[in-house]
Design a binder for this molecule. Structure first.
Ligand code: PMP
Length: 449
């Protein structure tokens, strides 16, 4: 199909995610034909560095031979079969490997097929746990302002980005939301690196007051990604774990974005040395090849659901594609690659390179902060540095940077006034330099006027 016909049919029939379709009148989607390594390649042969890992899913580059082979091998055996009453080796191997890798105590794996549905399953598990352990009044969830946990109704209820949430408020679940950490605009004037997280107090107070009706607290550990790559210190998570233990509340960790090495360690919780009661994983789990998600649970959680059928304690939650063998087979290969290619150890020079960019970017008159955690890097543009005054959202400065970077062959999808990169873990140092150079030029150009 030629590009013009493709784009015409796209305009006529396709509804893209998280998109004001009218924007396509001026900025049509780019028709990708193939991809290799960090590059997406369009139908005319233009190459774009996928600096956002295609919505944070890609880990080792596109068209990865080992991942492709894992899929090809599995496809000749079985692509999919029902996962109730049946099981298969890739799922079993994946589950047992994940339990060994995950923070201590997580010993059970429940499969779903995207991040939001993993969050839904975790919320339902937490709720049902208390129903089945004589604490039926514990029905509410606590989340943080500016959190992002997905777009389905339960996940959206515990999210905090008003842009995605506000219109749906009448159909969302009731819960508690407390002010989350915001280190760039820290009300205490503290430094992220040495911070004991006094902002935790808001959460501590709420839970102390309301714990009788709280089932769980859900957070994105260390990185509120969709909120603009907001990074906060591990001390917050350690206090959270203690609070949950003290008041018998589940700690639900959403590591859908942070899992699988993005933060420099396998899981963000590893930076704090804590284990959640429920852990949601997705995105990188298949290296960006197939939709898959899991919820890891403790034995204590699992045991509350175990019993005779007539006790009606089972977790009667299902998705048709639960435990898809293709997705599981490729996810197992992802874990082999982590181990055999020492992926986590290879990150040090790259994360140092990202960190070193800070002074260069912050010297720009409209960059308020550069923040970085592992392979996540972000620059927040401000209209005025004094007072950290943001650009009005209507100006869509981030989109202008996106367009500018695209012309230079780098995909830097913005989050409001925040420009970020979260490239595949295998991105080379030269490719990282190119991403940073393009980000620098694009930000400088867009903030000049
Ligand atoms: N939680 C977090 C932290 C996420 O970043 C995302 C996706 N951006 C989700 C949940 C939702 O995942 P999905 O888009 O696969 O539903």
């Amino acid at each position: 199909m030629d590009t013009q016909t493709l784009l015409q049919l796209d305009r006529d029939h396709v509804w893209h995610p998280c998109t004001q379709q009218k924007d396509h009148e001026k900025l049509p989607p780019i028709a990708i034909e193939r991809a290799e390594g960090v590059y997406l390649i369009d139908k005319s042969g233009h190459r774009y560095i996928d600096a956002v890992s295609s919505w944070w899913v890609n880990l080792f580059g596109h068209n990865h031979p080992r991942l492709n082979n894992a899929l090809k091998t599995q496809i000749d055996k079985v692509s999919h079969h029902i996962f109730a009453g049946f099981t298969h080796e890739p799922a079993v191997e994946l589950a047992s490997r994940l339990c060994r890798l995950a923070p201590a105590g997580l010993n059970r794996v429940f499969f779903t097929d995207n991040g939001s549905s993993a969050v839904e399953a975790a919320l339902k598990m937490s709720f049902q746990y208390w129903q089945q352990t004589q604490r039926p009044q514990k029905t509410k969830f606590v989340s943080l302002t500016d959190a992002y946990h997905g777009e389905t109704v339960g996940a959206l209820s515990v999210s905090g980005c008003s842009l995605y949430k506000d219109i749906y408020r009448p159909i969302l679940l009731e819960g508690f939301q407390v002010q989350g950490p915001d280190c760039f605009r820290c009300p205490y004037g503290l430094q992220r690196e040495s911070c004991p997280a006094p902002c935790f107090e808001a959460l501590g107070k709420l839970v102390a007051d309301q714990h009788q009706e709280i089932a769980g607290i859900i957070v994105e550990p260390l990185l509120q990604a969709a909120a603009g790559m907001r990074i906060y210190p591990p001390s917050y998570l350690r206090q959270l774990r203690e609070l949950c233990d003290r008041f018998e509340v589940h700690y639900i960790a959403d590591e859908i974005a942070t899992g699988f090495g993005r933060t420099g360690k396998m899981f963000a919780n590893d930076h704090a040395g804590v284990s959640p009661d429920l852990l949601c994983l997705s995105k990188g789990i298949t290296g960006g090849t197939m939709p898959l998600a899991v919820v890891l649970a403790t034995d204590r959680m699992y045991d509350a659901f175990y019993g005779d059928y007539v006790d009606l304690k089972a977790f009667l939650h299902s998705h048709s594609y639960t435990g898809n063998p293709l997705a599981c087979a490729v996810a197992v290969e992802v874990l082999h690659i982590f181990e055999q290619e020492n992926i986590l150890d290879s990150l040090a020079p790259k994360t140092a390179l990202l960190a070193d960019s800070q002074s260069r970017f912050e010297a720009l008159p409209h960059v308020g902060e550069v923040r970085q955690l592992g392979m996540v890097w972000a620059a927040e543009m401000v209209q005025k540095k004094a007072g950290k005054i943001p650009y009005p959202w209507q100006e869509r400065r981030g989109l202008e940077v996106y367009k500018c970077a695209l012309e230079r062959g780098v995909v830097l999808r913005p989050l409001g006034n925040v420009i970020y990169c979260m490239p595949p873990l295998t991105t080379t140092e030269n490719e990282l330099r190119e991403i940073l150079d393009v980000a620098y030029e694009a930000i400088a150009e867009v903030t000049r006027s």
